[in-house]
Design a protein around this ligand. Structure first.
Ligand code: HEC
Ligand code: HEC
Length: 295
């Protein structure tokens, strides 16, 4: 925040509170022609409903003034006025770090029990899996679903079909470093007829019937795709290019979905979770591994 903005905010904030104080003082003041306390004023509603002059109780007024005083004490202690950091030096990120640190210390013994053990080993340990499951519920379900079966664009983690590979090492790497799939938009390169033909060929790869002539033309054009999806269309786990022959679809296998993928491209992103720390990542990898490997 620039010093000018900071000053404006500080002044406006303070004036606001002072204005409240003035407003209370001003409304509580006695007016020259005012009815005596407890007496009927000349305000009448509905013919017979009258108002009495009953000022706010003194204790109530005192509470008002105390809360105004509290404001200024608060302004002094905490960062409330523009850039002024407050006497206590409190920040929300500082508090967050402190709490995270405390939580890590508190749970250290829980994770220490699983330290130094391999993912495959942990995947057979009920306690490790229970912990992995709760970590998954906290960190992964909003994208992969609470049953880990995924959704359009978010892979199913239970089917032992992998974009990047399902070995303990690869799963660990995926969780720790994240992944980013790049399917380039090829609509402009292929043209409408080219897209038609390639869609037909892709559908034929997983055993669907499509017009033979189109499939043949699409097969010829598939050279454009083979660099990533492989000459046989079985994919490439190095770059997360999906297998197109297994009828398992990340973005949907309908004619329209395949067409959209090829025309507009796709860019699925799995964020890095290195910040969870090595212990938690290993437990998560064990849990994910266990989903498609029955013990
Ligand atoms: C913001 C959404 C998001 C979150 C949160 C997320 N993921 Fe992912 N994840 C994805 C996407 C999208 C992909 C597919 C990436 C691609 O298309 O290349 C993916 C891919 C994966 C893969 C690779 C699957 C394969 O077939 O190779 C694994 C394993 C995985 N996620 C596990 C996890 C775990 C464990 C967590 C929790 C720590 C998690 N993900 C959290 C979006 C997410
Ligand atoms: C530069 C490498 C690359 C090229 C070239 C490429 N793809 Fe892809 N393709 C990918 C990647 C990576 C993904 C996964 C995208 C993601 O994870 O978001 C993908 C996804 C797809 C999907 C979605 C699969 C699913 O399960 O939903 C289809 C269909 C597809 N590609 C077809 C093609 C066709 C047809 C061509 C050629 C015209 C082609 N791709 C060219 C890398 C490529």
């Amino acid at each position: 925040m620039s010093p000018l903005v900071s000053t404006i905010i500080a002044v406006v904030t303070s004036l606001n509170v002072l204005a409240c104080a003035w407003l209370i003082w001003w409304t509580a003041r006695r007016r020259p022609n005012e009815a005596a306390v407890g007496e009927v004023t000349d305000h009448v509603w509905d013919g017979d409903l009258r108002e009495r002059n009953n000022p706010m109780p003194r204790w109530w007024l005192i509470l008002f003034f105390l809360s105004i005083l509290f404001c200024f004490v608060y302004f002094l202690l905490y960062p409330a006025l523009g850039n002024y950091p407050g006497v206590l030096g409190w920040t929300n990120t500082g508090q967050y770090r402190q709490e995270m640190h405390a939580a890590r210390e508190q749970y250290k013994p829980v994770y220490a029990a699983f330290a130094g053990r391999s993912v495959a080993e942990l995947a057979k340990d009920r306690n490790a899996l229970a912990l992995g499951h709760s970590l998954f519920a906290n960190n992964c379900t909003n994208c992969h679903g609470s049953d880990a079966r995924g959704a359009v664009g978010f892979p199913n983690l239970t089917d032992n079909d992998w974009l990047y590979g399902g070995s303990p090492e690869t799963i660990t790497q995926t969780i720790e470093q994240g992944r980013s799939g790049v399917m380039p938009p090829l609509g402009a390169v292929l043209g409408p007829q080219g897209v038609d033909e390639v869609v037909a060929y892709v559908e034929s790869l997983s055993g669907r019937s499509a017009p033979t002539a189109k499939v043949a033309a699409g097969a010829a054009r598939f050279a454009l795709c083979a660099g990533c999806h492989g000459p046989d269309g079985k994919g490439n786990q190095q770059i997360g290019a999906p297998n197109l022959t297994d009828d398992i679809w990340l973005y949907g296998g309908s004619d329209a979905a395949i067409r959209k993928t090829i025309t507009e491209g796709r860019n699925g992103t799995m964020p890095s979770h290195a910040w969870l720390g090595e212990d938690r990542v290993r437990l998560l990898a064990a849990y994910v591994y266990s989903l498609s490997h029955s013990q």
